[in-house]
Write a protein that binds this ligand. Structure first.
Ligand code: ADP
Length: 215
C-alpha cells in the first residue's frame, strides 16, 4: 500500500475525510497540528517553544516538525495518512527525502471555497476529552447539549488558534503555498483532487483502489 497525504485549507474537512478513508483501509492518521498541540499540553520543552508560534497561526520550524513525525511514525511497519504536512514546497521535499525515502505515495487535495471555510472555522468547537477530540460546528453540526460532547460528555472548546486574526494568518500561509505544492505533486503524477462539496463516499472507493495499486 502507498503512503498517503491529505492537503487542504484549514477547516476543509481533512479530519472527516481521514475518518472515512480509515474506515476502508488500515491507515494510521498522523496530524502534525495534533502532535504539536500535544507537545503544548504536555508542557514539553518543544511545546513551550512553539506555543506562541501556533497561537499566532505561523508555521513551526521544518526541522522540529520532521523530527516530531519521525519520532511518531514507523513507515516500515505502517501505512499513514499525513494530515497537515506538508504545507510548503520545502516540506514536501523533506517528506520525500527524509520520511518517504523511496516509498510510493498518493496525495489527495481537498478543495473548498476559502471564504466559506473561514466562516466554518469560527463556528468550530472541539471536544476537550483527551481520547475523543470530536469536532462540532455551531451551525452545521451542533452538539445535542450546548457546549457538551455527545460522545464522551466532556466540555467543548474553541481552539485557541480559531480566532479571526490567527485564522487570517493560517489562510494566508495556505494561499501562498498551495499552488507550488500542487504543481510539485502533479509533476510526479501522485495527485488526486477532490471537491469538498462532492460525494466523499464515491471518492473513498477510488482512493482505495489507487492506494492499494503500488505500481
Ligand atoms: P489547520 O490546518 O486548521 O490550520 P492544524 O491543526 O493542522 O490546523 O495546525 C495548527 C497549527 O500547527 C498551524 O497553524 C501551525 O502553527 C502548526 N503546524 C501544523 N502543521 C504544521 C507544519 N506541517 N509545519 C509547520 N507548522 C505546522
Amino acid at each position: 500500500m502507498k503512503q498517503n497525504v491529505l492537503l487542504g485549507a484549514p477547516g476543509a474537512g481533512k479530519g472527516t475525510l481521514s475518518q472515512k478513508l480509515m474506515s476502508v483501509l488500515p491507515l494510521k492518521h498522523i496530524s502534525t497540528g495534533d502532535l504539536l498541540r500535544q507537545e503544548i499540553s504536555n508542557k514539553s520543552q518543544l511545546g513551550c517553544e512553539i506555543s506562541e508560534i501556533i497561537s499566532k497561526g505561523q508555521l513551526v520550524d521544518d526541522d522540529c516538525v520532521v523530527r516530531l513525525i519521525l519520532a511518531n511514525t514507523d513507515l516500515n511497519s505502517n501505512t499513514y495518512l499525513f494530515d497537515g504536512f506538508p504545507r510548503t514546497l520545502a516540506q514536501a521535499k523533506l517528506l520525500d527525502e527524509k520520511i518517504f525515502e523511496k516509498k510510493s505515495s498518493l496525495i489527495v487535495y481537498l478543495k473548498a471555497d476559502l471564504d466559506f471555510l473561514k466562516k466554518r472555522i469560527l463556528n468550530r468547537r472541539t471536544c476537550s476529552g483527551r481520547e475523543c477530540g470530536e469536532i462540532y460546528n455551531l451551525v452545521s453540526k451542533p452538539s445535542a447539549i450546548d457546549g457538551i460532547c455527545d460522545l464522551c460528555g466532556s466540555i467543548l472548546e474553541i481552539r485557541k488558534d480559531d480566532n479571526p486574526t490567527t485564522v487570517n494568518s493560517r489562510f494566508k500561509i495556505f494561499e501562498e503555498n498551495i499552488d507550488e505544492l500542487l504543481s510539485y505533486y502533479k509533476c510526479s503524477n501522485r495527485l488526486l483532487e477532490l471537491d469538498a462539496q462532492s460525494n466523499l463516499d464515491d471518492f473513498v472507493i477510488n482512493f482505495k483502489n489507487k492506494s492499494m495499486n503500488c505500481s
